[in-house]
Design a protein around this ligand. Structure first.
Ligand SMILES: NC(=O)c1ccc[n+]([C@@H]2O[C@H](COP(=O)([O-])OP(=O)(O)OC[C@H]3O[C@@H](n4cnc5c(N)ncnc54)[C@H](O)[C@@H]3O)[C@@H](O)[C@H]2O)c1
Length: 343
């Protein structure tokens, strides 16, 4: 019989409602207990989630023998310690993005999960959207010919209310980075998935107009291992916030993925044609609250199937590590004003 997944949710904040919805929507999964340091919030979440158990100490979740999986929606600096603790307690782990702040942290987490024989997934749920999945299949099938250019644009707006909304935001120690880590890492994950691995990055970054330590703008020049070139431009300064976009040009034409409006605009040379694939609109200009739980549900269903079928989830620890590696390379390049090679 398939193993029932009985979840503990660790972290009750902005993104956690999507995890509660996704767990409930996953056949064979249930939510057993929730945890947050904030007692008022965790009690309210437990009540709204159908009267599940609650605690303010995540170690209580790890000790429970009636829980065999955890969803971790905590500040970035806590991802490693909670993941390693959960693996040692034999729990499967759905970890919110980024997997961790540094590559060394990612490596220790992946090793701990392998040693314990538990499944680790990184929640870059955007890849589960049907539209990028179609784009991935079309690019793999060579619709654009040889890939020449691949770029990501995430120009959003966050004022200081956002950065002041939780004490961990805006700090190198606890958030681990700014707009690239927290807002653009979904797009980066997708870019790497769609266009392939990078050979090098050359970046500039700055904190131009927020009272925070971490960067609020990054511009990076990319060289892919395939020889293609590209850019990442991302900021939280661009009032009122613009739609996230990924664009790709190959020897046979171009495709623009307007993530916010859920549109793929194709322009092919052979056969000469232009058309639009319309999918579901997502977050518009990146208002986190407007995002539907649909892709999280798909991510949880893949996680459950991976455990059942004893295979890796679509976005496992190693896939999550890949974005962290590129983010850290871009920060190194920005700080040292040099080109950084990737392994
Ligand atoms: N996948 C997505 O689309 C998406 C969207 C938003 C956030 N996120 C990610 O989700 C994670 C959480 O982000 P958020 O915006 O929900 O943060 P948040 O600040 O709104 O929530 C974090 C929660 O963790 C709790 N917490 C902090 N320290 C704790 C501890 N030691 N023990 C127990 N609870 C503790 C806080 O009380 C708070 O309830 C981050 O990794 C973030 O990058 C992902």
């Amino acid at each position: 019989m398939a193993q029932e997944l009985r979840f503990g949710l660790i972290g009750v904040g902005a993104v956690s409602p999507r995890h509660v919805t996704a767990i409930k929507a996953t056949p064979g999964a249930s939510l057993v207990a929730v945890c947050s340091r904030n007692e008022e919030k965790v009690k309210a979440c437990a009540k709204e989630s159908g009267g599940v158990a609650w605690t303010t100490d995540y170690r209580e979740i790890l000790k429970r023998s009636d829980i065999n999986a955890v969803a971790v929606t905590l500040p970035h600096d806590l991802h490693e310690s909670v993941c390693i603790g959960a693996a040692a307690a034999g729990k499967h782990i759905m970890m919110e993005k980024p997997l961790a702040i540094t590559v060394a942290e990612c490596d220790r987490m992946i090793a701990a999960c392998e040693k314990a024989g538990v499944t680790l997934a990184t929640c870059y749920q955007g890849r589960f959207d049907p539209l990028p999945r179609k784009l991935h299949a079309d690019l793999q099938a060579g619709k654009l010919g040889r890939l020449l250019l691949a770029s990501l644009h995430v120009n959003w707006y966050r004022d200081m209310t956002y950065y002041n909304s939780a004490p961990w935001r805006g700090s190198w120690k606890t958030e681990g980075g700014g707009v690239l880590t927290t807002q653009a890492s979904h797009g980066l994950d997708m870019l790497l998935w769609l266009a392939g691995p990078l050979e090098s990055v050359t970046a500039q970054m700055a904190t131009l107009d927020h009272k925070i330590e971490v960067e609020d703008v990054v511009h990076a020049l990319l060289r892919f291992k395939s020889g293609a070139l590209g850019i990442i431009e991302t900021t939280t300064l661009a009032y009122p916030g613009f739609n996230e976009q990924l664009d790709f040009t190959g020897t046979n034409g171009s495709v623009i993925f307007e993530k916010g409006t859920g549109r793929l605009r194709w322009y092919l040379k052979e056969p000469k044609s232009e058309w639009v694939d319309q999918g579901e609109a997502s977050s518009g200009a990146g208002s986190a609250m407007a995002i539907s739980a649909g892709p999280h549900i798909a991510a949880y269903q893949d996680f459950a199937a991976a455990i059942r079928e004893k295979r890796a989830p679509l976005i496992d620890g190693k896939e999550g590590r890949r974005s962290t590696e590129v983010i850290q390379a871009i920060y190194k390049s920005g700080r040292e004003k040099t080109t950084v090679l990737l392994g």
